[in-house]
Design a protein around this ligand. Structure first.
Ligand code: CMC
Length: 429
């Protein structure tokens, strides 16, 4: 054992555990043998101190505000790459050269249509169903349509499923939106880029030609890049845990989407925008901040704070930049909510409550404003996040399946319920 950590138990017995070193980041104490040696578990609700797996995909330094995909800083990827190059990187570990990119784009493009019978799933939902409810259902249903790529132990099947998910998610998300608004579905157009095609499927109507706006398409592409992966967050851990039982990739991604829906995770941009609408005016900021600081109010400054980032989320900086670009393009430089968001951010960053707790804006603080400006309704925000994160989930799922150390996920517990007791007949209870 090179480096070790020693645990001394109450009875004076000492146990040694190996200390594992990653490429960067904190060292990790390997406690896999703890239970066998001591009969004890560790207690770590929310995994605050637990690394659940090995991974080579994404690295976050929360104190420094750094995010790397396969070693590349998110700022450089957002500037020099498009979303499909980022997908290639996350899935394969390296950025593609021109011919690899061409082949990858062409394969994704060939999978953009969905089985026509899948359209009937949509009509089974109420028109006013939340699009995330529709997305969870329809993505889960993909496993009933694509039986030919469900063998998780076959790398070729896993590859085909990955292409199908990345290619079909935009189509399904746009269909969920169209169904919600009562407009006809718009089929994919394979001569357009990934993001341009998605915007067309969202906003085109048969009555008129849809004009692609390159600035807006680039903004959407950037949103997708920034949300593509984020290490072992709640939804990614959900995908890994679901996949650890051998469940098929479509079911696992549906589980990830369900987890992402929560307001503390992917639902935060929707919640942040609703919060700005509720505050309404900069004069109400002090009152709102007072409420957030009162623990009994239950209110939170949505789009602020992060489990890992204890500094400015690097994605939030890029998203604020994108916000400027989009609002300028649309002649909305004086957008009410953007101005309000910047004023709120300034107040919070100068307030001791937020400073002392290291609460900074996260990606969701500004992404809602950008999406709203693109014409995406609030209820669709988490669907867009799901679309972007699908590649990260697949990359992580694939990494897990290929890992020889992979085991079914099975956390233990500290039991605090009743000790053994006898069932009494009903007249004696
Ligand atoms: N507003 C007010 N107080 C907050 C906030 C906030 N947004 N976030 C954390 N705090 C307080 C919290 O009450 C606690 O205070 P105290 O120490 O006095 O009890 C302290 O800061 C530490 O917070 P925590 O809840 O222990 O932190 P956590 O790591 O468990 O939670 C979080 C992280 C993201 C769930 C939380 O910050 C939050 O709910 N933020 C708002 C929702 C949000 O924006 N979520 C999006 C996350 S980024 C998108 C993604 O990557 O998925």
């Amino acid at each position: 054992m090179d480096k070790k950590a020693t645990l001394t138990l109450a009875d004076g017995k000492s146990l040694d555990f190996p200390v594992l070193t990653g490429t960067i980041g904190p060292e990790v104490i390997d406690i896999r043998t703890l239970y066998g040696k001591s009969g004890m578990f560790t207690y770590d609700p929310g995994f605050l101190s637990t690394a659940s797996c090995n991974s080579s995909i994404t690295y976050i330094d929360g104190d420094a505000g750094v995010l790397l995909y396969r070693g590349y800083p998110i700022e450089q990827l957002a500037k020099h790459c498009d979303f499909l190059e980022t997908c290639y990187l996350l899935l394969n570990g390296e950025l593609p050269n021109a011919s690899q990119k061409g082949e990858f784009v062409s394969t994704v493009t060939r999978h953009t249509m969905v089985h026509d019978q899948l359209t009937r799933f949509f009509t089974g939902f109420r028109r006013d169903a939340h699009p995330m409810a529709v997305l969870v259902g329809v993505v889960g249903a993909l496993s009933a349509f694509y039986h030919d790529s469900l063998d998780i132990n076959n790398p070729e099947h896993r590859k085909i499923s990955a292409f199908r998910l990345i290619a079909k998610l935009p189509t399904i998300v746009a269909m969920a939106y169209k169904y919600n608004t009562g407009q006809p579905f718009v089929y994919p157009r394979n001569d357009l880029s990934y993001s341009a095609n998605f915007m067309r499927m969202m906003f085109a109507v048969p009555a008129e030609e849809y004009k692609v706006n390159d600035v807006l398409v680039r903004a959407l592409d950037r949103i997708l890049i920034l949300h593509a992966d984020h290490e072992q967050n709640a939804s990614t851990s959900t995908v890994r845990l679901s996949g650890s039982s051998g469940a098929n990739p479509f079911a696992c991604i549906a589980a990830g989407i369900a987890c992402l829906w929560g307001p503390a995770h992917g639902g935060a941009n929707e919640a942040a925008l609703n919060m700005l609408e509720e505050i309404g005016d900069a004069s109400k900021i002090p009152e709102f901040i007072k409420q957030v600081k009162d623990k009994n109010s239950g209110a939170k400054l949505m789009g602020f704070g992060h489990r890992v980032y204890k500094n400015y989320d690097p994605r939030a900086k890029l998203m604020r930049e994108t916000c400027y670009e989009v609002l300028n393009e649309l002649g909305l430089e004086n957008d009410r909510l953007f101005k309000l968001a910047m004023a709120l951010e300034k107040v919070a960053l100068e307030d001791d409550y937020f400073v002392s707790r290291k609460l900074y804006p996260n990606v969701d603080f500004y992404s809602g404003i950008v999406q709203r400006a693109l014409g995406i309704p609030v209820s669709m925000f988490t669907c867009i996040f799901s679309l972007a994160r699908t590649v990260g989930w697949i990359a992580q799922w694939n990494e897990m399946i290929s890992d020889p150390e992979q085991k079914i996920g099975r956390p233990r517990q500290l039991y605090k319920g009743a000790a053994r007791r006898e069932v009494q007949p009903i007249d004696k209870r």
